[in-house]
Design a protein around this ligand. Structure first.
Ligand SMILES: [Zn+2]
Length: 95
């Protein structure tokens, strides 16, 4: 029976997902992974067999299907909010 390792939920549904992994300091995305999605928290769980296939895939000499640039943001508590978000909207009738 399904048992979510995050929330302990017991029901899930199959879904094909995309996941990002870090391997040897390299960021890789694997698309089209069959997974079980927890109905309660949405955590994706893969079978041991699938996980092993992913491991072999990202360590293989096989070229990726495509390469994309990645934007990296550092989360900083307080003061780390981008200026765009921090700005107050202009007062429509201000003087
Ligand atoms: Zn869950």
């Amino acid at each position: 029976m399904f048992h979510c390792h995050v929330c302990g939920g017991h029901t899930a549904h199959p879904e094909v997902v995309n996941e990002i992994f870090t391997t040897e300091g390299r960021l890789v995305q694997v698309v089209g992974i069959p997974a079980e999605i927890c109905d309660r928290c949405g955590e994706a769980t893969m079978t041991r067999e699938t996980t092993e296939s992913i491991r072999l895939l990202v360590h293989s000499a096989k070229p990726p299907v495509k390469t994309v640039p990645v934007d990296v943001f550092a989360f900083a508590a307080g003061g780390g909010v981008p200026a765009l978000v921090r700005e107050q909207p202009e007062k429509p009738y201000g003087n």
